[in-house]
Design a protein around this ligand. Structure first.
Ligand code: S3P
Length: 446
């Protein structure tokens, strides 16, 4: 399955300072989960602030294809009437998740606990990504793989378990998608399903499961890990979900404001969940200052309006254990590192090789083609910053939205313009990206 539109090249160039006050779209992780849990609940779920990007829309279509009633009632406002735990109907057609690993993997988990068969597919990027890591525990729960692509990849036909078993699963990689898939499958199993993670990953599934009425216990495990236990076969009840602004999307204007001289922005309502704020920690170590205005709680998450100003940055060493809390932010951190004085070493980035693209290689190539000195040593990315970036390159984005946005932010601060071969995939996660950045003073042309 492929992306509908033709490639959309785009170029960013240096203009004046970025100024203004904006709110980036809703959090992608919470948006997927709210739709899936709404679909597995009884009664009505109302979501406000849903991200209406392509990835999330594909998840909404999958929920509809399996019997939930999903309706958009206003901008970012969605109403869902679910089918109850294990209540999915067999979809008549393949489920197409487009570019979205999160949608595909979480729904695999949800389907694994239902007595139905579904075919999972996606675009050329998603077809390259590993699915075995998800399917191995789902098979232990009782699901069966009827068909699978070469190397454990999509397309996959999964037959859910009629009598799912509760398991204790030790995650071999720190992955919120993997944890979430097992927990969603465990909803249908009698008794307790446990996931043990040695590095804590984003906890939106656990929090939302509780919000919809499930019993979930979370305890510390080792130095950085967690043990999550879900009591199976709960009566999930429709709930109201408010989606905060996505910190992974806020990261782009935030870093742009740091590197474009004279900039000052306020980013409204950004989620401050500590399992998502590794980028802020790192940028502070690099010398950035953020003012948190009107800190508050929205929909169970701490949020704040973030004031950010342009400043001088210095290179730092980013420890590997920070990776789960900023896993999607390395391409944009690499841009900040290019504009910093000195070397930044980002350690332990193996997981970046299996994102929407090989993000480790693609991020290094993005910098290189724009005249920035960069190395990959084992799984570390090393950027030799000297306070400026020459620019002048066209970045190959490999169907990766975060690569495209990072490269364009670089172009707003670099000496010569920076182009991307295809900006179309930005629509998977950040609706209205170019318009929002233009409103702040960004200069883009086709
Ligand atoms: C996500 C988890 C992360 C992240 C992705 C969203 C989620 O993936 O990269 O963008 O919503 O659970 P992994 O679980 O593969 O680390």
């Amino acid at each position: 399955m492929s992306h509908a539109s033709a490639p959309q090249p785009l170029t960013a160039r240096r203009a004046g300072p970025l100024t203004g006050r904006v709110r980036v779209p809703g959090d992608k992780s919470i948006s997927h989960r709210a739709l899936i849990l709404g679909a597995l609940s009884v009664g009505e779920t109302k979501i406000t602030g849903l991200l209406e990007g392509e990835d999330v829309i594909n998840t909404s279509k999958a929920m509809q294809a399996m019997g939930a009633s999903v309706n958009r009632t206003g901008e970012g406002v969605w109403s869902i009437r679910g089918v109850g735990v294990a209540g999915f109907a067999e979809p008549a057609a393949p489920l197409d998740f487009g570019n979205s690993g999160t949608g595909c993997r979480l729904v695999m988990g949800a389907v694994a606990g239902c007595p139905i068969t579904a075919l999972f597919d996606g675009d050329a990027s998603l077809r390259k990504r590993p699915m075995r890591r998800i399917l191995d525990p789902l098979e232990k729960i009782g699901a069966r793989i009827m068909e699978i692509g070469e190397g454990g990849r999509l397309p996959v036909t999964l037959k859910g378990a009629r009598d799912p078993l509760p398991i204790v699963f030790e995650a071999p990689v720190p992955s919120a998608q993997l944890k979430s898939a097992v927990l969603l499958a465990g909803l249908a199993a009698p008794g307790a399903t446990t996931v043990i993670e040695t590095e804590a990953t984003r906890d939106h599934t656990e929090k939302l499961l509780k919000h919809f009425g499930a019993h979930v216990r979370v305890t510390a495990e080792g130095e950085h890990g967690r043990r999550i236990t879900l009591e199976g076969q709960p009566e999930l009840e429709g709930a109201s979900v408010v989606v905060p602004a996505d910190p992974s999307s806020a990261a782009f204007p935030l870093v742009a404001a740091l590197i474009v001289p004279g900039s000052e922005l306020i980013l409204e309502g950004v989620m401050m969940n500590p399992l998502r704020t590794g980028l802020l920690t790192t940028l502070k170590e690099m010398g950035a200052e953020f003012e948190k205005l009107s800190e508050r709680n929205e929909g169970g998450e701490d949020v704040a309006d973030l004031r950010v100003r342009a400043c001088t940055l210095k290179g730092v060493d980013v420890p590997p254990e920070r990776a789960p809390s900023m896993i999607d932010e390395y391409p944009i951190l690499a841009v900040a590192a290019a504009f910093a004085e000195g070397t930044t070493r980002m350690r332990g980035l193996k997981e970046l090789r299996v994102k929407e693209s090989d993000r480790l290689a693609a991020t290094a190539a993005m910098l290189q083609v724009n005249g920035v000195a960069v190395e990959i040593v084992d799984d570390d990315l090393i950027v030799h910053g000297n306070g400026r970036a020459p620019g002048g390159g066209v970045v190959a984005t490999h169907m990766d939205h975060r690569l495209a946005m990072s490269a364009l932010m670089m172009g707003l601060g670099s000496e010569k313009p920076v182009g991307v071969d295809d900006a179309a995939f930005i629509a998977t996660s950040f609706t209205g990206f170019t318009e929002l950045m233009r409103k702040l003073g960004g200069d883009f042309s086709d």
